[in-house]
Design a protein around this ligand. Sequence first.
Ligand code: PLP
Length: 465
Amino acid sequence: MDGKFENDIQAVVDADRAHVWHHLVQHKPFETGEPRIIVEGKGMKVWDQKGKEYIDAVSGAVWTVNVGYGRESIADAVRDQLVKMNYFAGAAGNVPGAEFAEKLIEKMPGMSRVYYCNSGSEANEKAFKMVRQIAHKKYGGKKNKILYRDRDYHGGTLATMSAGGQDERNMQYGPFAPGFVRVPHCMEYRKEELGLGHLSGRDFGIAAANLIEDVILREGPETVGALCLEPVTAGGGVITPPEGYWDRVQEICRKYDILLHIDEVVCGIGRTGTEWFGYQHYGIKPDFVTMAKGVASGYAAIACCVTSEAVFEMFKSDPSDKMDHFRDISTFGGCTAGPAAALENMRIIEDEGLLENCSKMGERFMDNLKALMEKHEVIGDVRGKGLFLGAELVKDRESKEPVSEADIAAVVGECGALGVIIGASNRSIPERNNVLCFSPALIVTPQEVDAITDAVDKALTKVFG
Ligand code: PLP
């Protein structure tokens, strides 16, 4: 680091304000207000430029730092790998890439091949491209449509936005790519929106899945190549699937020969507890699984598009046809830092029993949120799986009218003032960004879960009385 920046935090703040284009936020307020710079992290805690300490209840803002901050063993593994061989791309492989692929596939029975790239969006794009190419290989180009779900998110690139179920993120960025078709969400709390207000439990789950079949029949099954879904919807409001939903979704995919693409960018690598992946809770047999955030907990950029052997088989090239293989490259898919960090990240999760801790702490957190619900009328619903939880705030439990985004921001701000960073469904669904989101690292302790809940309790009291 430049000495000027090392010793003068104000210089960092000034440079940041002058030159960094921050993600997600409106920029005008930065001209007067001071940006928050996170300067250090250890375990569950981070410190800002003023030395203020926070418990990070969102794993680096966007459910990423699954093993917590300051892991020297990951830094060491990455350093050792970088000085030996940092990068080589194209057709060549590398040592940690091979080792991590083998370990990952061990955790994913039924899956077979790992395609490396850098971000969740990119991993999803790889799967979309494969689906399109399969349509050409097997169906004369016809079975090329990709279905995606209302409220799901798959990334910020134009193709993934074309599969984007969060309208507010898409506004002003169209036109989008053709061949992406939306299916309804499966949120039981807002089942009236689906015309399924009279159903509940398994009946609701099956009916919600049947809404996907209606879309397939409307589009023509011979035109639909794949269905891309989050196992538990993340930024769209932490939406856990209703009972019976996934069994029926899979039946529908099999019936119409539709490939199933599971986006595990948030749920993957332990976030939902007990299992390595969200889909594994629901008996799903995917054709594609994409993952990013927790793969290396943010210690290096890495994403994977994992396919079944049956999918890979379709790309085994006929040497006489030079268009037959997957003609794609990701430059930084050749970086070794990613798989080196991912290997150590996985070892930590296994050796420290973090899948189990995630389930246990997730249950505690859920119990705490349910208790808060009894105290605060404004909490209309709490949902989640493992350490992936949400609390939906409404003005009135009967009408379920969402609280304002300003109120949500006030709760997030109050928690920040109390030294706890929480999140919210953010600028994603018009008038529906009313869900507080929690995704602490899988190392969180009971005391920290309680401290997070306590801050939320105080913040709700302050904002809503
Ligand atoms: N898929 C899901 C479910 C996500 O939540 C995100 C990002 O939040 C993405 C894909 C995109 O990942 P990235 O931001 O790494 O491109």
